[in-house]
Write a new protein. Structure first.
Length: 242
């Protein structure tokens, strides 16, 4: 299977460096909002990865479970304090392959866009709706698409005396698909870390929710609950089970 089409390829390529690249961001506002939505119920993170959000949420007393397609990413979480206590199902998050029901299901850091077709994204909404308790919440953190950014095909990331890294991407606006490689060049050789996504506009996500029997409750411009408006570059959307 080509690496872009293999759902586990991202985790296999990125697991060893994921926390170094992305682990420095403050997750406290996300944990605060998610804990308020979970209340005293169970929470499920789709695309749990290295546990960047799940572990501090569990430390708040929320019972957290997870789904991830990458065993390499989950292994990183297992090595962290509290990582062994979180039950994780290895599988495709579009299928939500878990037992039981949840007060809260959430996907952070644009991971929902790792589902590479509209059909699979709709499948995920429908599967979430099946496991959400009445009045429960499905939370998505996603960027607001900026096709102009995608069309800038090469972007430098870092340059040192020993290495250089850059991102090169291919944008298919018809299918709302972006395939990219993060390339690191050193004297010892090159490293390739692939990433693929299928972006969706907020209004498209709202329609997917309606097809699944969910409704938009709130949309914030970030985890701190700032208003979502025309200047927002991301959104935190909270869908409710009817």
């Amino acid at each position: 299977m080509p690496r872009f089409e293999d759902p586990a390829s991202y985790g296999e390529a990125w697991a060893s460096v994921y926390d170094d690249r992305f682990g420095g961001s403050d997750v406290a506002p996300a944990v605060e909002l998610l804990a308020s939505l979970a209340q005293d119920g169970r929470a499920l993170e789709l695309g749990i990865g290295t546990g960047r959000v799940a572990l501090p949420l569990a430390a708040r007393g929320v019972e957290v479970a997870g789904v991830d397609v990458s065993e390499a990413m989950v292994a990183r979480m297992r090595d962290k304090p509290g990582g062994q206590a979180i039950h994780v199902t290895v599988g495709d998050m579009a299928d939500v392959p878990v037992e039981g029901s949840f007060r809260l299901v959430y996907v952070v850091a644009n991971s929902f866009f790792a589902l590479l077709t509209q059909a699979r994204q709709v499948d995920c909404f429908r599967a979430v709706a099946r496991v959400l308790q009445p009045g429960g919440s499905f939370v998505l953190e996603c960027f607001v698409p900026d096709p102009g950014r995608f069309d800038r095909h090469v972007r430098p990331l870092a340059v040192t005396g020993e290495s250089a890294s850059y991102e090169i991407a291919r944008h298919d606006p018809v299918h709302q698909r972006v395939d990219s490689q993060h390339v690191t060049v050193t004297e010892q050789g090159n490293q390739l870390r692939p990433a693929a996504l299928r972006y969706a506009w907020p209004a498209e996500l709202d329609l997917m929710a309606q097809l699944a029997g969910l409704r938009l409750g709130h949309r914030h411009g970030d985890w701190d609950r700032r208003p979502f408006d025309a200047t927002s570059t991301k959104h935190v959307s909270i869908y409710r089970a009817r």
